[in-house]
Structure formats: C-alpha cells, structure tokens
Write a protein that binds this ligand. Structure first.
Ligand code: GAR
Length: 198
C-alpha cells in the first residue's frame, strides 16, 4: 500500500507534532517523512528524532526582511521529501500566498480558537476577555489569508468561571491533540466530512 507522505512544520515544543506522529501507524493512510522547524531551538526536533524521523530547520532569523529567501529554503527542504500533505503544527511564521499556492491546497494548520473568531495571537486571552462560554480549536486548509481557509474540523471546550489563560490553553491543547490526528486521517483517506468534536 502506498502511503501519503506528511511533512510537519513546527516552531516550538511540538506536542501537536507528537500527536500526529503517534497517529500515523498501522492502517493509517499516511506516514511522517520530515519534521521541519523555523528555529533550531524548537523542542519538537529532538522529540521527532526519537522516532527516527528526518528533521531539519531553517532559522527564520537568518533571513531578516527576506521572507522570499526563507521560504525558498523551506521549499528546498520540503521538495527533497516530496510531501503530499504539509501539516503546520505550532508553526509561528506567516507564509506568503505564493508559497501556499505552490502547494495546491495541501497545507493544513491547527489554530487555537473557533475560527473565524480570534485569528492571530493571544486567542485564549481574547476569549476570556470577551466572556465567551465556549472556546476551542480549528483545523483548516491554509490559504494566502492569515488563519483563514476551508474548515476541516473544530473542537469546542467549555470556559469555566475560574479559568486563567493557562488553564484554558491547556484544555484547548488537549482538544487539539485529538482533533488534528482525526482530521489528518480523514484528509489522507479522501474523506471530505469535517470533524466536529465532541
Ligand atoms: C498550539 O496551541 C497551536 O494551536 C498553536 O501553537 C501551539 C503549539 O503547541 N498554533 C498557533 O497559534 C498558530 N497560529 P505545540 O508546539 O505544543 O504543538
């Protein structure tokens, strides 16, 4: 059986990356072929190495004011493994429309809010400040617009009256770890039904 090839892009601790890697076993239609970081310090790189998955980094700080060159290096690393799907998993750089379009809709992203609410940063703080009773996370196809694109899955969590940014972030992250693997499995299987969970 030919399995789809998945590259995972990270910038940090890589807990979503781990949940994706752990899911791609057995009869799963995809396998991880590369973990690529925007910084050499990302804790996720070492975690991926434990699974003997090839890793690489392109340090965004080497390309101040030169996003095109940064993206050219990313593309070089990606093209070398011919991925079918690219999963952004806590990848904290904005990608240009040209870069995104060159991958023909095959880039997925997880965002810690119920999009279209709270695009960008500090999503948990903004949900608390707004007095929201529900918050959550979204997996979507990446387009040229920030935290936009067709929604492939969403998971809702309650906001409690004594939540802090940290407690809410932890609850959302736990939901991310379930949602993202489920969406990836569906996308890799060609199943177009969005994941709505719970
Ligand atoms: C996750 O909460 C993810 O949704 C968020 O960064 C965190 C990464 O954690 N991504 C974004 O905010 C992207 N806009 P992880 O490195 O442990 O997976």
């Amino acid at each position: 059986m030919t399995r789809l090839r998945v590259a995972i892009l990270i910038s940090g601790g890589g807990t979503n990356m781990l949940s994706l890697i752990n899911s791609m076993t057995g009869d799963h239609p995809a396998r991880p072929v590369l973990v690529l970081s925007s910084t050499p310090e990302a804790g996720g790189l070492e975690k991926a190495q434990h699974f003997e998955i090839p890793t690489a980094f392109v340090d965004h700080r080497d390309f101040p004011d030169a996003r095109q060159q940064f993206e050219a290096k990313l593309n070089q690393a990606l093209r070398s493994v011919s991925p079918d799907i690219i999963c952004l998993a806590g990848f904290m750089r904005i990608l240009s429309a040209e870069f995104v379009e060159s991958w023909h809709g095959n880039i997925l992203n997880i965002h810690p809010s119920l999009l279209p609410k709270y695009r960008g940063l500090s999503t948990h703080r903004r949900a608390l400040a707004a007095g929201d009773h529900f918050h959550g996370c979204t997996v979507h196809r990446v387009t040229g617009a920030l935290d936009d694109g067709p929604i492939l899955g969403q998971s809702t969590v309650p906001v409690t009256s004594n939540d802090t940014e940290e407690t809410l972030a932890a609850r959302v992250l736990a939901a991310e770890h379930i949602l993202y693997p489920e969406v990836l499995r569906r996308v890799a299987s060609g199943n177009k039904t969005p994941v709505i969970w719970p």
